[in-house]
Write a protein that binds this ligand. Structure first.
Ligand SMILES: [Zn+2]
Ligand SMILES: [Zn+2]
Length: 639
């Protein structure tokens, strides 16, 4: 009997006919003459990533996935997680395994062992992992009925796996085996453990099973894995740099803020320089908003619970809110600033001629974040947003979104951030009509496309009340941070019956945008500290200059200079202590103060100052007038 033939092809190479049975992905790619087989992680079959061992039995477009590509790295890291699980089970046989995904640069696996794993366990686990990689064990995929999988994992005492499978719908589940370790897994995986060329276990932390604090506390071991040692080393160097820039460490060194147990987790105390830095940013923001036609407003911290019921926050967001009672009346502390802004809008009849209305508030909000996710200034329980709500006609929506994108572009250029955009569309559970969603989503996409900015669409990831654009900042270490968001809302204008009188004399529903540019000021500060490694540009630096005397004789002259600079509005400090100049300079350098103004006998005589910069270089001596001009100029140009 003649064998049936199918056609396979790969981008850029002519189609090839192969027998419909008997060839797997690896062999099919070989038949197509594709090289570099040893660097292959998996295969894309009609765009879907699969194991190389997947049988090809219908015509398809094939594409190799290499270990150094984004998709390949995901497979590599996820496979490394399986290797780690095998290593842990080999060394600590009573360990129960849970889940082990690849995340952005890392992978992790959560384990339940009689004690928490510690950093000192990691080298032992790494050593066993290296042996498993050396053995080059194949990853073998099998599909078995769900009920069989439950029995299998129950027989192995893997209760977490049993729970996971019990949550799956009827039918078959896939399992992967390498050596004597079997895991429930959707895949895909590398063909064998030997493809993992470079890995390192980085960290161990506690994590609740399914993120639920009422359930078991597990040990989460993190690792990184790369296609080669060079890429791993580069990443480790980056991590090292990130550690040095950690805003929690720099925040203490620069005396910017503190977070204390006796105050409460996620609650920030800003020290003088931190509060000043924050004030500089807020002042800058107010100016930028007023320039762009926003109006400043301010709402109260507490609003009656009935109002939160009306807005839907009580129904959808209650878990994240704090409530209190005053004279038997229940109040909610605001987690968002929207409500007061809408009440301002609805405080009188609005004509289409007044639109758009742009209400801006540096609004302090409180949100209940679980203590496990709190992190320095990045995730806190009380923070201030540069929040605005724009109410406009549906026709104005696209233009308003473009205005906001302009705003984001201008601001991020000043701080030196690159960014990507992500558009999130309608989720399954949502309110509003199809027409509304289509219109708003179209407005978002068109606005972004006219910008020529790269963007990705997150299908179904929008809020239940409307689509949104997220701005993902890239900092100096190429790390990405979520920052600005632009969010359309169909729900609130309805719930609060917001209207405007159109040219036709009839009442119409305005479109509403919630938007933040920097987002949480606290979080943005945290990102800025790491981005600049604490060396803020002059316009942001809470202390722009410090006067250093050489001997006590120079103190009166130093005081005069201090007065002159103060009255010129320069943020200046003094160090008149009886210490060696070199010591004072080093201290000022640790504080990353841009200008060190040295005054000694020579300077006193000539009536000028000698200037040292924080990078160690010097400027020629200057008179105070010149210096003031220079500092003002740099500040105005936001350098
Ligand atoms: Zn897996
Ligand atoms: Zn809002």
């Amino acid at each position: 009997m003649e064998k049936e033939l199918i056609t396979i092809n790969a981008k850029g190479s002519p189609p090839v006919e192969i027998p419909a049975q008997g060839l797997n992905g690896f062999q099919a790619l070989k038949a197509l003459g594709i090289n570099n087989m040893e660097k292959m992680a998996g295969i894309k079959i009609n765009g879907e990533i699969k194991d190389l061992s997947t049988e090809i039995n219908s015509s398809a477009e094939l594409e190799p996935v290499y270990t150094d590509s984004q998709d390949g790295l995901q497979m590599l890291r996820h496979s490394a997680a399986h290797v780690m699980a095998l290593a842990v089970k080999d060394i600590f046989p009573e360990t129960k395994v849970t889940i082990g995904p690849a995340i952005k640069n890392d992978f992790y696996y959560d384990f339940d062992y009689k004690r928490a794993f510690e950093a000192k366990d990691l080298p032992t686990i790494e050593k066993r992992m290296a042996e498993i990689i050396e053995e080059d064990l194949p990853f073998i995929r099998t599909e078995i009925p769900r009920i069989e999988a439950i029995e299998f994992f129950r027989s192995k005492d893997e209760e977490y796996k049993v729970e996971l499978i019990e949550d799956l719908s009827e039918g078959k589940v896939s399992i992967y085996r390498q050596g004597n370790f079997t895991d429930l897994c959707r895949g895909p995986h590398l063909p064998s453990t030997g493809k993992i060329k470079a890995f390192h276990l980085t960290n161990v932390a506690g994590a609740y099973w399914r993120g639920d604090e009422r359930r078991a506390m597990l040990s989460r071991i993190y690792g990184i894995a790369f296609a080669d040692q060079k890429a791993l080393n580069a990443h480790l160097k980056n991590l090292e740099e990130a550690k040095k820039r950690d805003h929690r460490i720099l925040g203490r060194k620069l005396d910017l803020f503190s977070i204390r147990d006796d105050v409460g987790p996620g609650l920030v105390i800003f020290h003088p320089n931190g509060a000043l830095l924050r004030h500089i940013i807020e002042e800058f923001e107010i100016k930028e908003h007023l320039k762009r036609g926003y109006e400043m407003v301010a709402g109260p911290q507490l609003l009656k619970t009935e109002l939160w019921k009306k807005s839907g926050h009580f129904g959808h967001y209650r878990e994240n809110m704090y409530f209190t009672a005053i004279e038997d009346q229940s109040y909610g502390i605001k987690p968002m600033n929207c409500l007061a802004h809408m009440l301002i809008y609805s405080s009188k009849v609005r004509s289409y001629r007044e639109l758009p209305k742009r209400y801006f508030e540096l609004g302090t909000v409180h949100r209940h974040e679980r203590s496990g996710v709190l992190h320095g200034l990045i995730r806190v329980r009380q923070f201030t947003q540069d929040d605005a709500h724009i109410l406009c006609t549906p026709e104005q929506l696209k233009g308003e979104i473009q205005n906001i994108l302009d705003f984001v572009r201008d601001i991020m250029a000043i701080f030196g951030f690159d960014y990507d955009l992500e558009i999130s569309t309608r989720p399954k559970k949502s309110i509003g009509t199809d027409v509304d969603w289509q219109k708003a989503t179209k407005a978002l996409i068109e606005a972004v496309e006219e910008y020529n900015l790269p963007y990705q669409i997150n299908q179904g990831e929008g809020a239940f009340y409307g689509p949104k654009i997220d701005v993902m900042l890239k900092d100096a270490l190429e790390r990405s941070w979520q920052c600005s968001t632009i969010q359309c809302d169909f729900a609130l204008p309805d719930r609060f019956d917001l209207t405007y009188v159109g040219p036709d004399g009839e009442k119409h529903r305005p479109a509403m945008i919630h938007r933040v540019i920097l987002g949480s000021i606290e979080r943005f500060l945290g990102v800025l500290i790491e981005h600049y490694a604490g060396a803020f540009p002059l316009w942001l630096a809470p202390v722009q200059a410090i006067i250093l005397t050489i001997t006590d004789r120079n103190i009166p002259y130093g005081k005069d200079l201090l007065e002159t600079l103060f009255s010129a509005g320069i943020r200046v400090e003094k160090d008149f202590r009886n210490e060696k100049l070199g010591f004072k300079v080093r201290e000022a350098q640790v504080k990353k103060i841009p200008y060190m103004l040295v005054v000694g006998d020579k300077e006193m005589e000539s009536g000028n100052v000698t200037i040292r910069l924080r990078d160690g270089s010097n400027l020629p001596p200057m008179f105070s007038k010149e210096l003031i001009g220079r500092i003002r100029d740099e500040s105005e140009n936001r350098r």
